[in-house]
Design a protein around this ligand. Sequence first.
Ligand SMILES: [Zn+2]
Length: 380
Amino acid sequence: MLKFRFVIILNIIFLVINCSCNKDLEEIIETVVVAEEENSTPIVIPQDNNRVPDEIEFSLNGINGFGVEDMDLEVATWLNFKQSSITHTWDDSNSNQMEVALPIYDEYNLKTTLFSLPNKIKNWDLYRNAHINGHEIASHSFNHLNFDHLTSDIVEQELKKSRDEINSKMDFSHCLTFAYPYCSSDEFGLTNKYYIAARSRKNSIQSNNPSDFFDLGGVLCGETTNYYTEDQLNNLAEKSIENNGWAIYLFHNVDINGGFSISSEVLKNHLSYLNENSNMYWVDTFVNVVKYIKEREAVTVSVKNQTSNSIDISISDNLDDNIYNHPITVKKKLPEKVVASELKVQQSNVQLEYAIATIGSTKFIIFNAIPDNGIVTISF
Ligand SMILES: [Zn+2]
């Protein structure tokens, strides 16, 4: 039986969100190069690796979703009751993203999102491998045109053609999110025909419960922006803790002059910081965070049956289960007499890992389960 240690830490952090916008900064794009034809190879989709950590640090600042309230059933704001979410996104399919940036992410086992231009990709094997390693391959349009100056027909072509081309070249159907070229917008409301969410640019922390999934604000990083040094990049992550928000970083290049580049050394040190502080930050791809939020907001969690030695919990939503299959973190109060070491948690005959939290004299169990994937049974 797995045993988990639980730590409750008083952790009140006062930070001020810097909402300054740099609307005048224009995105730089290299000439779009027509890609060479590549043979597609079958892709094995990796298993989700969303295990409950051995140790969860609860904040006691009383903000929603952090498990301090004596609630019978609760869904965490962020996976594993982390205090905020962090997503790194990379635009424009610049070659140094694959050659320089990705190996650094892989070194720390952190995942990132590549908003890609299929017309510019020369080696799709690198992208297929990145997907197998858990990174997200998403779309940044086909020809990188400014949507603010296009007809609805052209906008729709750019949305659909890029998605279809990426799915075809990747040999999958997982191109689910989009980033507007030049951080423009889709005034025709066509993006939701082809994607489940899109990144814009607001240069501020995104709230944990967005009103518009097609206007999720990224923060422009790199030279000539406010987020260029290691300290500045770390500080942006710290800002996301206030209001338990979501910091969406927008990168372009590593180790080149111009093009909002950052140095690989700065990136490495920043990822090291995120890794060292993984008790606070949930670092994951854009699509996984979108899935989690939509599931968290749509899900109904209820006790279906309770006996002297088991509790059955239903976790269901009305979302498309082919897409919305990310585990969400659930916390359930346990009867007083339960012995933590004798617990077992199962969903559809799959044994789930769990953690135990004790707040005062009350015990809670915490586990990650996929909505609509069967009843969760806690046996004791
Ligand atoms: Zn771009």
